[in-house]
Design a protein around this ligand. Sequence first.
Ligand code: ZN
Ligand code: ZN
Length: 283
Amino acid sequence: MLTEIETERYTIRGRSLGGMYTALHVPELDALFDCGAALRSGCAARNLFLSHAHVDHVGALPTLLGLRGLTGVERPLRVFAPAPVAEELNGALAGFGRLHRWPLEVEAIGLRAGDEYKVRADMWVRAFQTFHPVPALGYQFFRRVDKLREEFKHLPGHEIGRLRREGADIFDTAEHLELAYATDTLPEVLRHTPSIQRSRVAIVECTFLDARKPLDKARAGCHIHLHELLKYADGFENEALILMHFSQLYRPAEVHRLLAERLPPALAARTHPLAPPDGDWWD
Ligand SMILES: [Zn+2]
Ligand SMILES: [Zn+2]
């Protein structure tokens, strides 16, 4: 069973447990996020965005490629990854391809913080720096929208049309921030990349939730502790905040309870933990 979270515009489906596996599918973006588990329902997606290459985020990639072969997906998987990871990816897959007796290959696209890529006609992605001890990135999806400049707003439509045809400089470009993904990182990422908290949807890790993991230990592992996330609570403008990558120190029901108790009520109402409602984790 996967967990599925419906927001106004995006569906986030998958499972994530710190150190064990993280794999999400957002069908509206035709995108997978990390591949610590091979999601059968998302195996035909066009794009995979890798945050980093710890095995709980990348270890199921050979399985995912095998699933694609089995179900007849012909187009290659486009894998966006930190540049040093992208350089190694097909080499690492080649060994599995030999064992499997079938080539396992991807279209690897290496990015560095600040790089932008047009993933489809109306959608861009920008990589941003995350803070983890290996090459790591987060991803900001956004649309670029032309906005008529203030000084031209009084003009009638046919006049604007004429100026546009003549290529006059009458528009400013605005960015509509759609979805941000930041995992395996210190909380400073929120200060470093303010767009995360202004996105329609933000998916952010919150590995540790209480004193069972002291703050200094959480920081040493380069993960977010709820205690620190709370300092940024006022800044979350998102329509939906999805928290994930919880440690298995906590049972799913505890995750829901601790977040409901400790987040300010207005934020708790917009926050969706990527965790089963009760019972055990997914496996
Ligand atoms: Zn992880
Ligand atoms: Zn990691």
